[in-house]
Design a protein around this ligand. Structure first.
Ligand code: ADP
Ligand code: ZN
Length: 205
């Protein structure tokens, strides 16, 4: 089973992806997490992508597809994609890759939340750079202020969760990622899921 999670920045994709991949024993592939890990490990990919992430712009499609194919080549489980694909070209690249191996995408889940809710959520998001756990100061704060419940590390506001970069990410999403909904609707495997009040409420549906 291969699943794509689609949704606005801040729609709760990362949180849902963790819940769903555990529940269905899927490999959770988050291109955002892969890039952030590469940046903190100072690899050559990290150096190539860091400017795009801090500006809230998309990493070029060929580089993204290269990273994804390298991951998939060694993956034997079904996959849950989180934050990928983000352009129609990436989606076509993924379809071609899967087709060449007799595989495909079984479902595209679209997390449908409204834009206002998303902007508020991103500003109060904090992440643990060490273990990638995600918190929200309003709806799911850590037990001790600014410290990760799981590993005790200090929590950070992602550089791209600052207001000016949030606005850029939203406009990039509308221009380049929103057309994916039509692409996948045309393929007949598109399922909108209404964003609920909290993460568990959404995951149960
Ligand atoms: P969000 O969905 O909240 O914006 P992500 O962690 O998915 O956060 O992505 C963070 C950043 O990483 C993006 O703004 C972009 O710069 C880069 N990125 C992640 N995935 C992709 C992708 N599939 N294509 C291009 N850039 C990507
Ligand atoms: Zn942690």
């Amino acid at each position: 089973m291969n699943i794509v999670l689609l949704g606005f920045p801040g729609s709760g994709k990362g949180t849902q992806a963790k819940i769903l991949s555990d529940k269905f024993s899927l490999a959770h592939i988050s291109t955002g997490d892969i890039f952030r890990e590469a940046i903190s490990a100072k690899t050559s990919i990290g150096r190539e992508v860091s400017g795009y992430l801090s500006a809230g712009r998309l990493v070029p499609d060929n580089l993204v597809l290269e990273v994804i194919k390298a991951k998939l080549a060694t993956e034997t489980r079904g996959v849950l994609f989180d934050g990928f694909p983000r352009t129609v070209d990436q989606a076509q690249g993924l379809d071609d890759y899967f087709a060449s191996r007799g595989q495909g995408i079984d479902a595209v889940l679209f997390l449908d939340v409204d834009e206002e809710a998303v902007v508020a959520r991103l500003g109060s998001r904090r992440t643990c750079p060490k273990c990638q756990k995600i918190y929200n100061l309003l709806s799911s704060p850590p037990a001790k202020a600014d410290l990760c419940d799981s590993c005790g590390g200090p929590l950070l506001l992602r550089e791209d969760d600052k207001p000016e970069v949030i606005r850029r990410r939203i406009s990039v999403y509308k221009d380049q990622t929103e057309p994916l909904a039509a692409y996948y609707k045309g393929l007949g495997n598109f399922y909108p899921v209404k964003g609920g009040p909290g993460p568990e409420a959404v995951a149960v549906e």
